[in-house]
Design a protein around this ligand. Structure first.
Ligand SMILES: [Cu+2]
Length: 329
C-alpha cells in the first residue's frame, strides 16, 4: 500500500519526471515574493504613519536620498537576475533543448477547439493518417482522411486522453479556432495552442502514476456531516453501503447520482441507515484543462486523462482501433 495522496493546499501531486525542478522554482519564487510583500507592506505602513499630515509639518518635494532603500532596490534587482539567469533559464533549457528522440517517443496529436480536446493517435501501425481541414465535422473532429490506408487504424478520442506511463510522450499541439492552453496540472505541463501552428511539448508520466493506483491513493473518508453532493459528485464509493435490510443503497464504484436532489436524497437514506462515514475516491483523478480564457464555456473545456501500464494501454489501442474499423464498414 502506497502513501495516501491528495491535492492539498499547495501544488497538486507531481506525477511527471521533469516537474520537480519547476516546483522548486515555484517554491523559491513564492518565498521571495512573500518576503517582498511583507517587507514593502511594513515600509508602506511605516510611511503612512510617520509622514502623515499633521499641524506644523510641511511637505518637501525633492526626492529622498536614503541609502537603505537604494541598497534594498539593488539587492532585489540582483536577486531577480539570479532567479532568471541562475534558476529559471537552466531549468528551461534542460527541458526545452532536449526533446525525446523520434524513435523513442510516443506521439499524439492534440487539436483544441471551443470547447473540447481532440486526441489523435496513430493506432497500431504507428503512422498518423493525413488530415484535411475541409473534412472536419462533428463526427470527424480532426478531419481525418478516412480512405487513406494509414488512417484506417487511427484513433480519435474526444475529451479522453489515454497514455502509457514511463514513456516519453510527445504532444503535437494545435487548435482549430482561438488560442487555447493545454494544461495538465499534475504533470506540470502547460503550452499555448495557436491556430495554424503545431507546437510540440513533451513529458513522461511517472512509472507508478497509473490512474488506478492514484485513485486508490486518493481514497478519503468523509464524515457524514461533511458529505454533500457538491463535494462528492466526482467521487465513487470504495465499498457497498447497505440499509438495515441488507439492500445496497450505494454500491462500490458508484457515485451519488447525477443531480443535487438525487444525491442529497441518497445521503439522507444513508444517514438513516446508520452510516456515519463514507469512504470515497475520485472517479478520475487526472485531467487536462484549458488554461486560456477562450470563450463562454472555457470552464468546461476539460479532458479526462487515463494513464495505463504498457499492457493496459495496448489493450485500449486494440479496443479503439477495432471500433474505427467497424465504423468504416
Ligand atoms: Cu480553451
Amino acid at each position: 500500500m502506497q502513501a495516501p495522496m491528495h491535492y492539498g493546499r499547495w501544488l497538486p501531486p507531481l506525477l511527471s519526471e521533469h516537474g520537480s525542478q519547476i516546483d522548486h522554482l515555484i517554491d523559491v519564487l513564492h518565498v521571495f515574493m512573500g518576503v517582498l510583500f511583507v517587507g514593502w507592506g511594513i515600509f508602506f505602513l511605516y510611511c503612512l504613519t510617520k509622514y502623515r499630515q499633521r499641524p506644523g509639518h510641511t511637505a518637501r518635494y525633492e526626492p529622498v536620498k536614503g541609502t537603505v532603500s537604494k541598497y534594498a532596490e539593488i539587492g532585489v534587482g540582483a536577486f531577480e537576475a539570479f532567479l532568471l539567469v541562475g534558476l529559471s533559464m537552466p531549468v528551461w533549457s534542460a527541458y526545452k533543448n532536449d526533446p525525446p528522440a523520434p524513435a523513442e517517443r510516443f506521439e499524439v496529436r492534440v487539436v483544441a477547439e471551443q470547447f473540447q480536446w481532440n486526441f489523435h493517435y496513430p493506432g497500431k501501425d504507428g503512422k498518423f493518417g493525413p488530415t484535411r481541414a475541409d473534412l472536419i465535422s462533428a463526427s470527424n473532429p480532426v478531419g481525418l482522411v478516412e480512405t487513406d490506408p494509414a488512417a484506417s487504424d487511427d484513433i480519435v478520442s474526444v475529451n479522453e486522453f489515454h497514455l502509457p506511463v514511463g514513456r516519453d510522450i510527445y504532444v503535437r499541439l494545435t487548435t482549430k479556432d482561438v488560442i487555447h492552453s493545454f494544461a495538465i496540472p499534475t504533470m506540470r505541463v502547460k503550452q499555448d495552442a495557436i491556430p495554424g501552428m503545431e507546437i510540440p511539448i513533451w513529458f513522461k508520466v511517472k512509472e507508478d502514476a497509473k490512474s488506478e493506483a492514484i485513485r486508490e491513493r486518493m481514497t478519503q473518508v468523509f464524515p457524514m456531516r461533511k458529505a454533500n453532493w457538491y463535494r462528492l459528485r466526482h467521487h465513487i464509493a470504495t465499498q457497498d453501503y447497505k440499509d438495515k435490510d441488507g439492500q445496497v443503497l450505494l454500491a462500490r464504484g458508484q457515485d451519488l447520482g447525477a443531480t443535487y436532489e438525487a444525491g442529497q436524497e441518497l445521503l439522507e437514506k444513508l444517514e438513516k441507515a446508520g452510516v456515519t462515514e463514507l469512504s470515497m475516491q475520485p472517479r478520475n483523478p487526472l485531467e487536462v484543462i484549458c488554461a486560456q480564457l477562450c470563450g463562454n464555456s472555457h470552464f468546461k473545456m476539460k479532458a479526462q486523462m487515463v494513464t495505463h501500464d504498457d499492457a493496459g494501454f495496448a489493450a485500449w489501442v486494440e479496443e479503439k482501433s477495432k471500433v474505427i474499423e467497424f465504423d468504416d464498414f
